[in-house]
Design a protein. Structure first.
Length: 185
């Protein structure tokens, strides 16, 4: 029997601005979406979107430091990630302290980077950014998931169970991911 994920589910995590932030964020998103029993195709798309948005946030943090620390980490910045499960869509939100809007690069065939937002645009229903009154910037992406509104579609796309996942924090809570020594004062 397939049970529909509850609408209004939210998963939050905060990552230190380390090179491992995109990987940790991707693993967190995968664990949350598996807990919510979302279809494998939605999980795969979300993994890519989370990875791209967190990488961009890390790059934005790094670009604000004229003289980065010896290991390339920002001294105090964090990268918050929020996943919101709504009726027929999943919203991914990633925050950073960069005061400038994200810009979709025009990468040519020989470019080694610059395709992140192009990929996000291709995989999502929409993406954008906001500057909340509290400060910082939030880049969001909306992943269309009409199967969530229809139990029969969800049942026909049920993913096989297996593998170990990280335990997910209780609903509505926040988790801090950091590597030892990643926070400096």
């Amino acid at each position: 029997m397939v049970t529909l994920p509850q609408r209004g589910e939210v998963s939050r995590a905060i990552f230190a601005t380390t090179l491992s932030a995109p990987s940790l964020a991707r693993h967190h998103a995968t664990a949350a979406l598996r807990k919510w029993e979302l279809p494998a195709d939605i999980i795969e798309i979300t993994e890519l979107v989370v990875s791209e948005l967190v990488t961009n946030a890390w790059n934005a943090c790094d670009s604000q430091r004229p003289l980065p620390d010896y290991d390339g980490e920002c001294a105090a910045d964090e990268i918050p990630l929020t996943l919101r499960l709504l009726r027929d869509r999943l919203v991914v939100e990633v925050s950073d302290s960069d005061p400038y809007p994200p810009v979709r690069a025009l990468a040519d065939a020989d470019s080694e980077s610059g395709r992140g937002l192009m990929l996000v645009e291709a995989l999502t229903k929409e993406w954008g950014f906001v500057f909340p009154p509290a400060g910082a910037k939030v880049v969001y992406a909306v992943i269309s998931a009409p199967c969530l509104a229809d139990p029969l579609k969800l049942q026909s796309r049920e993913q096989p169970r297996g593998g170990l996942t990280q335990p997910e924090p209780p609903r509505g809570s926040a988790t801090r991911f950091a590597q030892p020594g990643s926070y400096r004062r």
